[in-house]
Ligand binder design. Structure first.
Ligand code: ADP
Ligand code: MG
Length: 697
């Protein structure tokens, strides 16, 4: 057991009561946990705002001044502590609503403080609620240039005196004895090549930096190491799986050639051809394919899926394509069945609403091998669905499926694990994809079919609705169709339903001359299909819907997408919705409707949509706005529990560390070279994780 596994209660100044608190509140169990609890910011004792310059747009700022007029006002739950700080330029009011008693014992009048907090303006005067205070003392020689600030909890701070400063003291004491025990975890070659600080020095400098430059170097070193080990693990797993998991060979392609020559009504784009080639190469290796196909909405992923299915069929294997919604499964089925029929291949559909009698026939055809291809929803995961020889499984709009559901598909062939192709149109920023899907091979379709006109996107206020409706009327008169989408938020389904039905009624009133479809999540599948089908057949001109139409639906004649309460949608969702139009030859439009009152983030989202059609650019901005934890499907993955690196900001370090990991694996796959002893030893010291990576996706 290493020094860093020592229990935290053994640290001087901790004891059993404090240890329990540190465990419960901050998840700090060992010396290692404490050392790796890096400061979340630093107090720079040289940078201060003048109080007179404070305004509400400022983020967290630091001022320095003398505290006066400390008093407790109010009674009971309204009780609060107020004080004033003056720096000669103006006065700043401070207020605390919690921990009043404790504050009384520590805040002193006439003392000079460094005050840190978010300024607001109240009655024309600057104010700060719950600021942090730091007594100004003479800087001691040798003291760190920047003071570390640690996250703690209200409970620790207010009732147990374990504030940031107390943690800093613990870390300081620990570092004194810990440094000799720190083992370098990167190889001398890596350290030299990337000019990295040593690990021991990085620990010292990240907590108590002597200069901003040293802090920068420490940060870089620790982020690099963290991302390097994530990537090394993912890449090794990918290679491991390739060695151990066999996949069927799909080398023969006679039907595919016939399809290209005689059936396919358009030319594939260069990007589609490239991706198909990637897939074909995988099929010729004898190893199981695990490939992620990313492509912006409308880039033509479905045909790539179908061509892959043809390769399977040409080699005696069955394939299935799983879609997240019934509507989408239907649409794939209708589109692909036309091709399959022309090729003499049997393609079936299985969804929740397939009738029992049909189901029985289908099950039998799948077991006998008579059915070559299957399109469906998660209904095809059920255990009764068995294949004679499933060779390829494709998941469309992959982020909608849970990990457990996905792994079920693997078990559908007891002899050879099927190849897996995962398709997503939710553009995942590159940095995130490298981490979330780092163990998959990735192909990207970065080109739209020729002749597509970029969608014109505008933002309009609700007050201009009449004009917008007139535009709708003009477009429909020209023969186009229009989507009007209302938000759907899970927590208040009833309210959204009301929004939607109110919306439907007002649309119906505004356009008595047009036929209108309505589709929402509460409808039965058959009803939905019926309405959808009417729209596809052009029997209706306007489709009023919730986000159920977000995914994949393809109606080339629809050229206008109106999104109501657009501020309530996330960026990637807006982009998905917009992707429902712009699929035909006509100029398409996306109109984002909102009220006048908008938050800063909402404005950024709307402006981004108006400015660009590029899904990857949008994804990057989305990541910056929301942070990786909020992006779809990332919470469950566990790969984002990073201590210091930030996927939204550290893209460059991630790319470098991944390249370094790949290079290491190529040069020394078994990590047997004595040069790499540090790395081997570090991996051995890592806790084994419960996640079985090879089974994800
Ligand atoms: P997505 O990538 O969003 O799933 P789809 O596969 O639904 O996109 O394709 C969108 C539309 O583009 C479909 O109507 C499809 O037939 C058409 N399409 C796909 N590839 C091409 C191409 N190379 N040339 C012209 N049209 C294409
Ligand atoms: Mg699609």
């Amino acid at each position: 057991m290493s020094f860093f596994h020592t229990k935290i209660e053994n640290l001087r100044g901790v004891g059993s009561q404090r240890a329990t608190l540190l465990q419960k509140e901050l998840n700090i169990f060992t010396y290692g946990d404490l050392i790796q609890r890096y400061p979340f910011r630093y107090l720079d004792r040289t940078q201060f705002y003048s109080i007179v310059d404070l305004h509400e747009e400022l983020p967290y700022v630091q001022v320095k001044g003398i505290l006066r007029n400390r008093e407790v006002v109010g009674e009971g739950p309204k009780q609060r502590m107020v004080a004033k700080v003056s720096d000669g330029s103006a006065e700043l009011e401070l207020v605390w609503f919690k921990g009043v008693k404790w504050l009384q014992s520590i805040i002193k009048n006439h003392q000079e403080y460094i005050v840190f907090g978010k300024p607001t303006i109240f009655n024309g005067k600057p104010q700060m609620a719950h600021p942090e205070l730091e007594e100004v003392t003479e800087a001691k020689p040798g003291q760190s240039f920047l003071q570390p600030v640690y996250n703690t909890t209200e409970k620790l701070k207010n009732y147990h005196r374990i504030d940031s400063k107390a943690i800093a003291r613990l870390v300081f004491d620990l570092l004194k004895t810990a440094l000799p025990h720190v083992q370098e975890s990167l190889s001398p070659a890596l350290i030299q090549h990337y000019g990295l600080m040593s690990k021991a020095e990085a620990y010292q400098q990240i907590h108590f930096p002597q200069t901003p430059e040293l802090l920068q170097a420490a940060r870089f070193r620790l982020k690099f190491e963290e991302l390097f080990y994530v990537q090394l693990k993912l890449l090794r797993q990918r290679d491991q799986r390739k060695i151990t998991l066999a996949g069927q060979f799909f080398r023969e392609v006679p039907t595919l050639i016939h399809f290209y020559k005689n059936v396919l009504p358009f030319d594939l784009t260069g990007a589609q051809k490239r991706v198909i080639h990637d897939i074909y190469k995988d099929f010729c290796t004898g190893q199981q394919m695990n490939r992620l196909l990313q492509g912006d909405v409308g880039s033509g992923k479905t045909i790539v899926a179908f061509i892959s299915m043809l390769m399977a069929a040409d080699n005696g294997a069955q394939s299935c394509l799983m879609a997240p919604t019934e509507i989408l499964a239907d649409q794939h089925y209708v589109g692909l069945k036309a091709y399959a029929d022309l090729l003499g291949l049997k393609l079936g559909k299985l969804t929740g609403s397939t009738r029992t009698a049909d189901r029985r026939v289908l099950h039998e055809q799948l077991r006998s091998g008579e059915m070559h291809m299957l399109v469906g929803t998660h209904a095809l995961l059920e255990d009764v669905v068995q294949f004679r020889n499933l060779g390829l499984t494709i998941m469309d709009e992959q982020h909608r499926f849970g990990v457990a559901q996905r792994s079920k598909l693997w078990q559908k062939n007891p002899n050879v694990i099927p190849h897996v192709l995962v398709m997503t149109a939710t553009p995942i920023p590159r940095t995130l994809a490298m981490t979330l899907y780092g163990d998959l091979d990735v192909s990207v379709i970065d080109e739209l079919p020729a002749g597509r006109k970029p969608i014109v996107t505008v933002h309009r206020y609700d007050a201009n609705r009449l004009k917008v409706f007139q535009f709708v009327r003009d477009q429909v008169t020209l023969g186009r169709q229009v989507y009007i989408v209302y938000p759907l938020i899970e927590e208040s389904e009833t309210m959204d339903y009301k929004d939607l039905t109110d919306g439907y009624e007002s649309v119906a009133r505004a356009f008595p001359e047009f036929q209108i479809s309505i589709v929402h999540g509460r409808m039965k599948a058959e009803q939905k299909d019926f309405e959808m089908q009417r729209f596809v057949n052009r029997e209706t001109q306007i489709m009023v819907a919730t986000t159920v139409i977000e995914v994949g639906v393809n109606v080339p004649n629809a050229s206008v997408m109106i999104i109501e309460s657009a501020e309530r949608f996330g960026l990637s969702q807006l982009h998905q919705l917009r992707g429902r139009v712009g699929r035909g030859a006509e100029q398409s439009y996306c109109i984002l409707m909102t009220g006048y009152k908008l938050s800063k983030d909402s404005r950024t989202r709307l402006e981004t949509m108006v400015r660009t059609n590029n899904g990857f650019e949008i994804a990057d901005i989305d990541l910056k706005l929301r942070g990786p934890g909020d992006l779809m499907g990332t919470q469950q993955s566990g790969v984002l529990d990073l201590l210091i690196a930030d996927l939204a900001k550290d893209g460059r370090i991630l790319t470098e560390s991944r390249a370094a990991a790949q290079q290491l694996i190529n040069a020394d796959p078994g990590l047997a070279n004595p040069e790499n002893l540090n790395i081997r030893r570090h991996i051995a010291s890592l806790p084994a994780t419960a996640v079985n990576w090879s089974r994800i996706s």
